[in-house]
Design a protein around this ligand. Sequence first.
Ligand code: AMP
Length: 139
Amino acid sequence: MAYDPNNIFAKILRGEAPSYKIYEDAKTFAFLDIMPQARGHTLVIPKTEAETIFDVEPDMLAAMIETTQELAAVVKRVVEAPGVMIAQLNGAAAGQTVFHVHMHIIPRWEGADFKLHAREMAPAAELKDLQAKILAALP
Ligand code: AMP
């Protein structure tokens, strides 16, 4: 399948769609998931036209993982989560719903299930508040 430049993450990258942005550098961009599976659910995307992990150039893949590692530590601290799940889905059969490669950072608490994937919008006020807290905690 060819990369669709009108997928929602491509629009966010071009500034054509809004996002709760928390980080950007030359190769990556990160923002809050608007249908979080847990408080602090964050997405990291590379600034390249790639649908899945199989389509990303190694340097962009490395940058995506590096940003994920850095942000996961910050998010974990901000939401005071004892654990963090890092997930990455490739293809509809694996549950991928947005076809621009991305990493999920999902904080986890013992005994607490995470919510269903891409189902329930979080209140804007909650996302805004979290965005501010993460931005304030970034090095
Ligand atoms: P995946 O199913 O792995 O492709 O993940 C896509 C993720 O993007 C899901 O967790 C959705 O909740 C999330 N999502 C979809 N649209 C947006 C959006 N406009 N802003 C932020 N997150 C989004």
